[in-house]
Design a protein around this ligand. Structure first.
Ligand SMILES: Nc1ncnc2c1ncn2[C@@H]1O[C@H](COP(=O)(O)OP(=O)(O)OP(=O)(O)O)[C@@H](O)[C@H]1O
Length: 301
């Protein structure tokens, strides 16, 4: 049975439709991403799953329970990363983690969690004295302190520096390896591509695609780009004649070949036949950001 089920969720605020029609399921042990531009309805969707908002229409199930009527039970089994500014400024890190641990039947070891997240030496620091990155890491610790079966993480690494971001990704993978199902809200392509087993792309309140990161990319484009600097003048027509090549551009001394399938092999074989050597050879494949643009019409931030 899926851990999370969302069927035809609809939610409006007054006249504003925030979620028009969202459906997806998340299986046990998955890292499932919700990816979309600003205002797409991502946070509204997860707040409905957390039981914080009541859907206008649609059916929701988390661990086989109803997020609204079974909220007390779900609070024990679902960890939620709180948004900025929802914690008491004056409480110290150690007090906050102990306080949160006390809410749960089977809490994780707070000390271990703080040291995993690099916060052990800040046990006595007040929340408001922490840096943005430290506050972010504390919010992750608090989401995990109840040993949840499901963790809902909204904008997991916003505000973290690149190293802290990579450390956090490693941590989330380790948490998943212990069997925790993770629902990750993000608008950060590299994060979604690196962490998520599957992604629902949401735009203007609707799911426009659900697939693996590679599946999303393959679904919108099979384009590959080969760039190189030829060792001798080369007629682009000699490459354009290849069935794998769609078009060739000349940029300065470089040739940029757009193609599909095994275009690299086709191009290098042709160059060998012509006695031309490819300098600075690079192959680029489409990434999740290209798929995102194709699916939503928005550029990633
Ligand atoms: N409490 C509210 N009252 C009125 N409109 C709201 C409220 N909360 C969200 N909205 C609107 O609903 C739409 C969806 O918002 P939501 O926060 O769910 O999107 P999001 O995808 O999480 O965006 P972001 O990435 O910017 O957080 C937006 O147009 C937003 O302005």
């Amino acid at each position: 049975m899926p851990v999370i089920e969302v069927e035809h969720l609809h939610k409006r605020y007054g006249d504003k439709v925030a979620v028009e029609d969202v459906s997806f399921t998340v299986e046990r042990g998955e890292i499932f991403g919700i990816l979309g531009p600003n205002g797409a309805g991502k946070t509204t969707t997860v707040e409905c799953l957390e039981g914080l908002r009541t859907p206008d229409r649609g059916r929701l199930s988390v661990l086989g329970l109803d997020p609204r009527s079974d909220r007390v039970e779900l609070r024990q089994r679902v960890g939620v990363q709180l948004q900025e500014g929802r914690l008491q400024d004056k409480l110290r890190v150690g007090e906050l983690i102990d306080l949160y641990a006390a809410f749960y039947r089977e809490p994780a070891d707070p000390e271990r969690l703080l040291s995993t997240l690099g916060l052990a030496e800040h046990r006595n620091t007040a929340y408001k004295k922490l840096s943005g990155g430290q506050q972010q890491r504390l919010s992750i610790a608090l989401a995990l302190v109840g040993s949840p079966e499901v963790a809902v993480l909204d904008e997991l690494t916003t505000g973290l520096d690149p190293q802290a971001r990579r450390d956090t990704w490693d941590l989330i993978e380790a948490v998943r390896d212990r069997g925790v199902t993770i629902l990750l809200v993000t608008h950060f392509m590299a994060e979604a591509e690196r962490l998520c087993d599957r992604i629902a792309v949401i735009d203007a309140g609707r799911v426009v695609a659900v697939d693996t990161p590679a599946g999303l990319v393959a679904g919108v484009t099979d384009e590959q780009v080969v760039r190189f600097r030829p060792s001798a003048p080369l007629d682009p027509g000699a490459l354009e004649a290849l069935p794998e090549v769609r078009r060739v551009e000349t940029r300065g001394g470089q040739l940029v070949v757009h193609g599909h399938g095994n275009v690299l092999h086709a191009v290098t074989s042709q160059l060998a036949r012509l006695g031309v050597i490819a300098g600075d050879l690079r192959v680029e494949q489409a990434g999740l950001d290209d798929a995102f643009v194709a699916l939503t019409g928005h550029r990633p931030e």
